[in-house]
Design a protein around this ligand. Structure first.
Ligand code: FES
Length: 118
């Protein structure tokens, strides 16, 4: 049984490998990333440098490169890769039966969906 803080946001197959989708929540835009190993991560969609849209960055391994000034941010911690310094909030995320669940800090009744672009 899933905790009520886990929000179903869409199917894993709707996130391209080495890509991401944005979920708009009451906590702000959250970028949900999928890497080439099908690992899933969720970070606030704001680069720790100047707030760039991390969801538009390039995913490689467990890193995303920000599209604005190419800082690299660790997907599993939200920390900027040295020598850069900074951290972006990270959210728990899991996949159950092909569905992606985002763990939000407080109970929510809203149902967000992956923002798909076709
Ligand atoms: S805003 Fe992301 S590297 Fe500058």
């Amino acid at each position: 049984m899933l905790d009520s803080n886990w929000l179903a946001v869409g199917l894993l197959r709707n996130i391209p490998p080495q890509g991401s989708r944005v979920v708009r929540t009451e906590h702000g835009e959250i970028a949900v990333f999928r890497n080439s190993a099908d690992e899933v991560f969720a970070l606030l969609n704001r680069c720790p440098h100047r707030g760039g849209p991390l969801a538009e960055g390039i995913v490689h391994g467990r890193l995303v490169s920000c599209p604005l000034h190419a800082w690299q941010v660790q997907l599993d911690s939200g920390e900027a890769k040295a020598p850069d310094i900074g951290c972006v909030p990270r959210f728990p995320v899991k996949v159950v039966g092909g569905e992606v669940y985002l763990g939000l800090p407080a109970p929510t009744t809203s149902r967000a969906r992956l923002n798909t672009v076709d």
